[in-house]
Design a binder for this molecule. Structure first.
Ligand code: FEO
Ligand code: CA
Ligand code: CA
Length: 593
């Protein structure tokens, strides 16, 4: 594919060849630079980063670790000034500290890790070519594992959310494991608390186990330094994580919110679509093997226009509404879905589905569960109504022109294993290492519809392999891709996909890919960039003049650590790897044109 130019509008770049380089690789003619790295100062008083002398106080004023989601919010009509809002999903202590002793972390190391989680807000200025420069600004902000949040919505104040430190059940310290997210039409940022299970020492309560809270002690051992992480002492603290968070980055003094109406699970993301009557719909995936896809429909309607009071109203839209979970059915005979990934005789993995209501305010639709229980133990509610077990639902985005919903299903190597569910039409491969991308069309194109049709647009992997599918496109002309994670659209309506394969495609680096979803070029997927060794590509933002991606966990490969780094990106030499945001642009030309 190396020499061929892409005929689709906005995708005219020479695809990047698959590689294992310790570098960000971009198409010929494009430029790239790191915008901000782990440890870079966000405030004039922040100390310069010093890998060997880290402190929590410094980290709380610097860019956090393992950036995942990113949003680029223009502050002016030209997009010259912007806010870059970034999630810091998790910390990798063995990569952050030389000689790290996993059995005995120090209080200092644990407090650095708390300060390295959360979110960052950073002003970035864009020049005429698209290049981004970070700035100190009064809006710059760090949110960490100890920043106060307000719990809102139908489960706020529930006994299930009360703790010794918070008898109201409405105030939580911090956000953890913020993975993907979304930008709302009203200019705020949503962020999904994903694998929060790993931070809490388990008691063995089956409701904890259902969420993957199993370890005691935990790997990080935070429970030694703050008893709220020990569920034997503070049984409800874990119930206060696993929510969709909303942050108003325009107001640096605002208290961020956790929205209980969207349910509690390993939220990958939440993305909003405005329905015809002004109500809003939020889609969210629960990223774990055999978990579900959810949809929320608000009771209230969006108000248009900018300004603080409009934004304040719109920030209540996710407080009241109805939460649904998806049930998929296939239209091909089950015998034709043999787990190999071969297409059934109708030539498509496709079918219909319905949104099954779980709860609305104080009303539960799930037999044997109160509404509060549905919101706090949403996975159990999905189990009871027979929701469809999917292959790791990751990012979900609505196409800006057609309203079709795109969901990345990352992979599921447990499908078909003994005691586990086998292949189903939306999840058609056993031992699914490479994932698929699902298109979901709401009935009549109406975001409020309670039924839909669906089909798999991509079944990922090595295109030379018979178990892959690229919307029927000539597979000799597409790039290999494994484990789709984040999805985004450019202004032409092309779908961009970032990958997190952990080397599943023969050890090749992950990347950012683009593919038309309509017309003759539908399915013609090509690689726009690849990221360094051990990194995943995430948080893509596709602008007219700049593409940004987060390069998360460079050098995170088996056996590597700060004492034995597997990557020296981005600083080179014998430096330690640093998770960073990268911008890609062209001088004097638009992206892909
Ligand atoms: Fe944090 Fe689902 O990726
Ligand atoms: Ca079919
Ligand atoms: Ca992700």
């Amino acid at each position: 594919t190396g020499a061929e130019r892409h005929p689709a509008r906005g995708l005219d770049f020479r695809p990047v060849e698959p590689n294992t380089l310790d570098a960000v690789v971009v198409p010929e003619g494009y430029r790239q630079a790191v915008v901000i790295r782990w440890g870079d100062p966000l405030f004039p008083d922040a100390p310069a980063f010093d890998f060997d002398r880290q402190t929590a106080a410094a980290q709380a004023r610097q860019f956090g670790y393992n950036c995942d989601f990113a949003a680029l919010l223009p502050l002016d009509p030209t997009g010259r000034t912007n806010l870059l809002v970034t999630n810091h999903e998790y910390t990798g202590e063995p990569f952050m500290f030389r000689g790290y002793d996993e059995a005995n972390p120090t209080r200092g190391q644990v407090e650095v890790a708390w300060a390295a989680h959360g979110l960052s807000v950073l002003r970035v200025d864009q020049d005429r070519d698209g290049r981004l420069t970070p700035r100190f600004s009064p809006r710059n902000r760090r949110i960490t594992a100890t920043t106060p949040f307000e719990l809102r919505g139908p489960a706020a104040g529930s006994d299930l959310l009360k703790t010794g430190a918070d008898p109201t059940g409405t105030r939580v310290l911090g956000t953890l494991n913020n993975c993907a997210g979304g930008v709302t039409p009203w200019g705020t940022v949503l962020s999904g608390e994903e694998n929060f299970n790993q931070y809490f020492a388990a008691t063995g309560d089956p409701r904890e186990t259902r969420y993957g809270i199993k370890d005691n002690p935990t790997t990080r051992k935070w429970e030694r330094f703050d008893e709220r992480f020990d569920l034997a002492r503070e049984p409800n603290e874990a119930n206060r994580f696993g929510w969709v968070v909303e942050l108003d980055p325009h107001d640096p003094d605002s208290t961020p919110v956790k929205h209980t109406a969207l349910g509690r699970f390993k939220h990958e993301c939440a993305n909003i679509r405005i329905a015809g009557d002004g109500r809003v719909v939020a889609y969210s995936g629960d990223d774990e093997r055999f978990e579900y896809i959810y949809k929320f429909i608000s009771r209230k309607k969006v108000r248009r226009g900018g300004g603080r009071s409009v934004r304040r109203h719109n920030m209540t839209l996710l407080d009241e509404g109805t939460l649904y979970v998806a049930r998929f059915t296939g239209d091909s005979p089950p015998a034709e879905i043999d787990g190999s990934g071969r297409l059934p005789s109708d030539g498509r993995f496709d079918g219909r589905g319905e949104w099954v209501p779980l709860a609305s305010g104080t009303r539960s639709f799930v037999p044997g569960m109160t509404a509060e229980e549905v919101y706090v133990f949403t996975r159990l509610a999905g189990d009871r109504v027979g929701a469809t077990k999917m292959d790791r639902p990751e990012d979900i985005q609505t196409h800006p022109h057609t309203g079709v919903v795109y969901c990345a299903l990352s992979n599921n190597v447990d499908r078909g294993k003994e005691g586990k569910e086998g292949a189903t039409e939306p999840n058609p491969r056993v031992d699914n290492k490479h994932g698929q991308v699902l298109e979901l069309t709401e009935r009549g194109g109406d975001a409020l519809a309670l039924s839909f049709s669906w089909n798999l647009m991509l079944v990922c992997g090595d295109p030379a392999s018979p178990d892959t599918y690229f919307a029927g496109y000539d597979k000799s002309r597409v790039s290999p891709i494994s484990s789709p994670d984040n999805v985004a659209f450019d202004r032409h309506g092309n779908l961009w996909i970032s990958s997190d394969s952990g080397g599943a495609l023969g050890g090749l680096n992950d990347g950012l890919y683009a593919v038309p979803v309509a017309g003759r070029e539908r399915g013609h997927l090509t690689a726009f960039l690849t990221v360094p060794r051990g990194a995943e590509t995430c948080g893509p933002v596709i602008g007219e003049r700049v593409v940004t991606v987060c390069v998360q966990h460079p050098g995170e490969v088996d056996g590597a650590s700060a004492d034995n780094p597997a990557s020296h990106w981005p600083d080179g030499g014998d430096s330690q790897p640093r998770p960073s945001v990268v911008a890609v642009w062209r001088e004097g030309r638009r992206i892909g044109e």
